[in-house]
Write a protein that binds this ligand. Structure first.
Ligand SMILES: N[C@@H](CCC(=O)N[C@@H](CS)C(=O)NCC(=O)O)C(=O)O
Length: 202
């Protein structure tokens, strides 16, 4: 399979999961300005939504949307323990996390990346994110990972979006448990490998 990605973007989360689950996979970097892949393909032809991530299966079928790709990857490798089984209450809780991360955090950050967003709106956006961070910080005060003692796909996704605070100069000192979470996930060997492969760290 192949993952289309932008370095450090939300596509880092399926990239981490591909490595954590032990997949054999290819990576193809996308140039977001030109909407071209590194090998020269028109990215609009890969994903008509123009966004990463796209997971291309060996049969050519393509899957989009972070939470869906994460669930697909983990479901194909149940032994990896990266997601609870479908139909269980634990899976419902996992879906709550993925939905929260995608709608409240991932898309909560998006206006901060747009050069056209007015400063006043950026301030409101940061306030809103701060409220979510307050709650998350309390949650992570008593457990190392979102659902308890085990790393899951939700942690890969949360780590990916929380990393953006550094790029956006959001002062995270108010949320020590979020900082500890970021450090804990970054220290995982497969996460480090993914970040090296995307050129985010040496
Ligand atoms: N709903 C999509 C959103 C994906 C998304 O926001 N991708 C961003 C990077 S984090 C992107 O490709 N942005 C480039 C663009 O929109 O032109 C998902 O969950 O996968």
């Amino acid at each position: 399979m192949k993952l289309y990605f932008l370095p450090g973007a939300c596509s880092l989360s399926p990239h981490i999961v591909l490595r954590e689950a032990g997949y054999d996979f290819d990576l193809e970097q996308v140039n977001n300005q030109e909407k071209k892949t590194k090998s020269g393909l028109d990215y609009w032809g890969i994903n008509a939504k123009g966004q990463v991530p796209v997971l291309e299966l060996d049969n050519g079928e393509r899957i989009t949307e972070c939470p869906v790709i994460l669930q697909y990857l983990a479901d194909q490798k149940p032994a990896s323990g990266l997601i609870p089984a479908t139909g269980t209450m634990e899976r419902v809780r996992m879906q709550e996390w993925l939905n929260f991360i995608t709608s409240e955090l991932h898309k909560g950050f998006s206006p901060l990346f747009r050069p056209t967003t007015p400063d006043a709106y950026k301030d409101i956006t940061k306030d809103n994110l701060g409220k979510r961070f307050d709650w998350l910080d309390k949650h992570l005060a008593t457990r190392p990972y979102l659902t308890g003692e085990k790393f899951t796909v939700a942690d890969a996704y949360l780590f990916t979006v929380l990393r953006w605070s550094g790029r956006l100069n959001i002062d995270m000192s108010k949320w020590p448990n979020l900082n500890a979470f970021i450090d804990r996930i970054a220290a995982r060997p497969k996460v480090h490998e993914a970040m090296v492969a995307e050129g985010l760290v040496k």
